[in-house]
Design a binder for this molecule. Structure first.
Ligand code: BDR
Ligand code: CA
Length: 308
């Protein structure tokens, strides 16, 4: 089997780290690059964290720096209360000697898609600003990308930062709306499915035991993250948000799909909501509404445990 090429746009972030280690370790995925975006942390921390994660996983992955603010709205504060000041819970900033690419995230995304027509799954697991900027930079990527598999949004689950909005969409609703308005194949992996898979402290212990360097890092990072979930959500564990999107690029058959055109509310009380659109010009996107939760979780656990 040829490996699935994947380009991850990310704001690491504890669950971003889980997703990136999964992409580095799974034998059927080829992580061709990463781009950093503001969100859980500032864009500078995001780009550095992406490099740090790839290095820790023993891989030399090109990383470009992306947007530091949303397209139009005033930036929301970074989510350090969820992911910690440096993105990995209580773990302090990690040093790296690796360099960030000279080109911007939007330029890098366009170059990679143009050089690999029909082959790249673009997998944004942060706010969609870089993706909207890439579309603006070179609209022809819409015909050349294999698909765009987004962690974000919610069809019927309600929000996680407001009653209506999921965090990645809420952090740049204008960018998200541009991404859903484009004529390209989007797969939305939103709260309808990510809320069905929980990783507990016991799961993190298992990961740390089997793979001390990578699983141990995730376990260390998870304490702060799970404390947030305990206090705010009332569960002892955390949702598998970002890993679910990476897994959907590889094993789409593990998800139930509904096809709907989507529009994003860009103002008012429902700002950041992903709603079914009645606009006949909007293409129907693949919206994940069901998930084989146990299989997805086992795949995540087994893949991280196969590491070191
Ligand atoms: C999303 O928001 C971020 O906090 C997580 O990393 C994930 O991408 C979940 O709503
Ligand atoms: Ca994220």
């Amino acid at each position: 089997m040829t490996k699935q090429k994947i380009l991850i746009d990310t704001d690491p972030g504890v669950d971003d780290a889980m997703a990136i280690f999964f992409a580095c370790l799974h034998p059927d995925l080829d992580l061709v690059g990463m781009t950093g975006v503001f969100g859980n942390v500032t864009v500078d921390i995001a780009a550095r964290n992406a490099i740090v994660l790839a290095e820790r996983a023993g891989q030399d992955i090109p990383v470009a720096r992306g947007a530091d603010v949303p397209l139009k709205q005033t930036p929301n504060p970074v989510s350090d209360y969820v992911h910690g000041e440096q993105g990995f819970g209580d773990i302090p900033a990690q040093p790296t000697r690796a360099e960030i690419l000279d080109e911007s995230a939007a330029e890098f995304i366009c170059r990679m898609i143009n050089e690999n027509p029909g082959e790249i799954s673009l997998c944004p697991i942060g706010p969609l600003t870089n993706i909207a900027l890439a579309l603006e930079h070179d609209p022809s990527i819409a015909q050349k990308v294999k698909n765009v598999v987004i962690m974000g949004g919610s069809l019927r689950e309600g929000g996680n930062v407001t009653p209506h909005a999921e965090a990645n969409i809420w952090n740049d609703p204008h960018a998200a709306d541009a991404v859903f308005a484009a004529d390209w194949p989007v797969v939305m992996v939103g709260l309808d499915v990510t809320h069905r898979v929980v990783c507990t402290p016991e799961d993190f212990s298992e990961l740390a035991k089997a793979a001390p360097k990578l699983g141990g890092f995730l376990q260390d990072a998870s304490h702060f993250y799970i404390r947030f979930y305990e206090e705010v959500v009332g569960i002892t564990g955390c949702y598998l948000h970002d890993p679910a999107a990476v897994i959907a690029t590889l094993r789409p058959e593990l998800f139930t799909i509904e096809n709907h055109p989507i529009e994003v509310k860009v103002d008012g009380e429902e700002i950041g909501q992903t709603a079914i659109s009645t606009n006949p010009d909007r293409r129907a996107m693949q919206i994940c509404t069901g998930i084989q939760a146990e299989v997805v979780k086992d795949l995540f656990m087994d893949t991280i445990k196969s590491g070191f």
